[in-house]
Design a binder for this molecule. Sequence first.
Ligand code: PMV
Length: 320
Amino acid sequence: MRSQSADAAAKLILLGEHAVVYGHAALAIPLGKPRAMAVVSRAAAGRPVSVELPDLGLRWDGTAPVPRDAETFARVIRAAAERFPAVPREGWKLTVRSQIPFGCGLGSGSAVAAASFRAIGRFFRVPISPPLLSKMVFAIEKLHHGNPSGIDNTVVAIGRPILFRKGRAPRFLAAPRSPCLMVIGHTGVKHRTSEIVAAVSRARGKDPARYAALFRDIGRLSGQGAKAFQASRWQELGRLMDRNQELLEDIGVSSPKLGTLIRAARKAGALGAKLTGAGRGGCMTALCADAAVARRTARALKAAGAAAIFITEVSRNGKA
Ligand code: PMV
């Protein structure tokens, strides 16, 4: 076998980011696109495992020091070799590409790690079950984010819509019967999840009662949203997203650019719109009843200055 490839979905949090860090529920789905792709191929025997990231124009020959952009993959390679005796520490190469913008709330870090582990598993014929994959991706996420809730790795590794609560088994949701579209707009502003989560934690420390109430309210919206999602009650889900956005603004994680895109989407006819992921930049998402509204929303987002736009369908298998 000369090479094996694998991919992984981006994730989209529909409701519940930040509150999920404090044990409340969040609703998230995998996205059909954008995706991350990894290829494992044979290389010269005796050479350390090398990494190629064509999107970044980066080649790393596997020797110290590890370039910053290759750190995730150095950790993935080490974790795979430590866990699976069949995975050698030399003689192969990992190539990773991603359509998922980095640092924008769509789970790019989890997706590139998951695609890499999957490709490694295929190449060296070690079965990696979705729960094990989720665990291994979580370990990588922890090195980057410090205190991740676990939602990204779970959605990306398991690939199904979930109602997630930290420390509990995820509740898988039934696929909605009628289709609906998501239009995702990127502000063009990269964020660092760990810094935003730390800022929220500091603000919570100064006013614990207020933040407890905000997080509890957000958690409730996620529970209601899961029911609306499964029953394809899109208008209701849109209203819940709008309400969640207000609460995220109260928490202090929105931004003027996010606000501009969110208002533009609503004006174009979206059923609801909110930031998704850690906020203060990154992406927003808008729920659209049909393709015509989605196209109008995408045009409005472009006119309002979105740096990238993705339109995906929430299809019968639950993947958007
Ligand atoms: O921006 P992202 O994709 O890293 O999503 C972060 C979601 C948070 O709830 C803010 C953090 C977490 O670990 O759940």
